[in-house]
Design a protein around this ligand. Sequence first.
Ligand code: DAH
Length: 340
Amino acid sequence: MQFQDTKLRITEELKNIADLKQLKNFSNKYLGKKGEIRALFSGLKDLSLDEKKLLGNEINTFTEKIEELVSEMELTFKSIDRSKKKISDPIDIELPSIAPEVGHIHPLTSVKKEMEAIFELMGFSVVEGLELEDEWHNFDSLNIPEGHPARDALSLGKTFYLKSGGVMRSQTSSAQTRYMKKIKPPIKIIIPGKVYRYENTDASHEINFFQLEGIYIDEKVSVANLKAVLGKFLEEFFKRKVEIRLRPSYFPFTEPSFEVDMLCTVCNGKGCSTCKRTGWVEILGCGMIHPNVIKNGGLDPEQWKGFAFGLSIDRPAMMKYKINDIRLFHSGNLKFLKQF
Ligand code: DAH
């Protein structure tokens, strides 16, 4: 019978194939649309229906088997070719290897984590505020009504307003009253996060920077507690005795208010671009929470007292790592990032 002969011939031929090129020729000859196996089907037309079915099935099974063998052989030949190539072109073991790219934690992220850890040791919990805020929390609840001069004095006039309503928070202080309403005192939390201000950028100003806000509310909280917490924090953060000065200041949300300056660690007080050539870097604002703010947080200012502070994360990071341009943080410059 013709099919049995063809079958034998094909199987025999397949056995003798020795490389990829011969295999290609074989495929073309037998398996293609115009291949010999296809042609076998035309021989079926003179047979009875039953015979047609029987032989048709046999041809199909055989074809599948051959196709399977061909693809297996193809893989084997290819792998043989690859190893032959390797032998004729061996690896030069003296070539320097390609070092894998190692990711880096951004200096701002590691400084933020470091700060959080110090405050956590002092019993503060880390919470998050909202980056998209409403005006009431960003301003009014903090005793800064519309038209209040502090909006400009504190650069808060540089707030981004959204057409759809709301503001991109210009200070993490906006979370203060949110948490007063959420947590029953005593409240001892820090709120780190990104703030937004429409600034002309230069070595010490960015449109985006990070702040870390802290509040402690209890029945008996004093300026002495505030000083102790901040002093301890700065010492732990800079891992040495730090020289600081406390200046009376003004914030609408604290009374009394202070600003804490630190002797510039980049230039040791000589004057550089980080400290705007003054030798001192204003590191944070703080004070005793104003009774109006406590009230806006839904608490009774007769019963509850508290302190608050807000510091930039960027600036202490610059001082710690002697970075003289705040814009480097968001520059995406790998040479800069790889140093940390
Ligand atoms: N929100 C102030 C700012 O962005 C910083 C600040 C000052 C926060 C005094 C406070 C504070 O909690 O008590 O300039």
